[in-house]
Design a protein around this ligand. Sequence first.
Ligand code: PMP
Length: 427
Amino acid sequence: MNITSSIQAFEEAQTLIPGGVDSPVRAFKSVGGTPLFIEKGEGAHLYDIDGNAYVDYVQSWGPLIFGHRDEAIESAVCDAVRHGLSFGAPTLSESELAKEVIGIFESIDKVRFVSSGTEAVMSAIRLARGFTGKDDIVKFEGCYHGHSDALLVQAGSGLATFGNPSSPGVPVDFTKHTLLAKYNDIESVRKCFEDSDNIACIIIEPIAGNMGLVPADKEFLAELRLLCDAHGALLIFDEVMSGFRATLHGAESITGTTPDMVTLGKVIGGGMPVGAFGGKAEIMAKLSPEGPVYQAGTLSGNPVAMAAGITAVRKLRSNAKLYSVLEARAKRLMEGFAEAAAKHGIALKTDVRGSMFGFFFNDKPVKNFDDAAASDLERFAAFHAGMLSRGFYFACSQFETGFICTQITDEMIEATISAADEVMGTL
Ligand code: PMP
């Protein structure tokens, strides 16, 4: 496969933009090689600037559940553009999308729109703190909630549950209210409540997609709910990735645990920059201008982005069968990978939730970040390169999730499995 133009473009971009990219994962650092520069997308396919086509299992890291250039979304966006790009004033479209979200998520009485998942989480946490009057938050190792300061934490030394900054530029003081617990390990959460009586909220990806795909156990989520209730803390489900991806009505509908607040992004913007956070009316009532907790955004609720989101969410809501179709395809893909791996004596663990799928080059079940980190990363990198050179575009890290869109056909899935079989034979 000739990727000369991407190689040249990447060289030039690196002289202009740090690392040549506007978001680090795009640089292919963890798998090596050159990131492909994309010219266009069409349906299930991405086309790079050398004219190569790829079946796209990344879909802009989740938003494009209908694939590239969905006709209805494209036309809604074009219509909205003709009315003006932004007004900084209320529009009917915001209420329309709000009605959709409130109708779909049982836990959401009111919702506010922002422009990214990072903003949604940052704002939800501020609101949780404002509502409870407490300062500390609990997050889990391996869960990603955007790049705001207090959430860029890694485990501290020894037995400490208080996190340290995971990036230079984040003062220790800014992370001292962030306690770190272990995913699917309720004892580690109990310890946080022993260490602090000042916990405002627990934030969790109920279906984690940022350490690879690692769903939380139902019992674990139920225990989190109980702990929050016992200690007057809020439970926040970060569904920026899993929202509208795993299932229509949110993780709460398949896990049986109801959060106090939910954060959304990706699919809810139909490919445009949108985030959202919502929850119970009494909590949302604390948000400015109704309440005292400040939060704002020049482009929040942007009409073009709302138009894309409304169309995407309505299409999902009106097609109840869609998730079972996507899930069947994701399951077939993972089954095929597992069979190929077994045939070549390769340890592989797979999982699926709706249109989300994950595979770890690992011989043990993956329940938390330590398990995920024990995967064979070199093997993943070789697999990734082999698939890419055969025209299959997978997330460039073992710690990411794959996505099926409605444009991926059974034939494409079978072709992907055949390629995976071939590549695994070379690992
Ligand atoms: N939360 C989760 C669960 C995410 O997956 C992401 C992005 N991958 C974010 C928050 C941050 O969203 P954004 O990149 O739009 O800021």
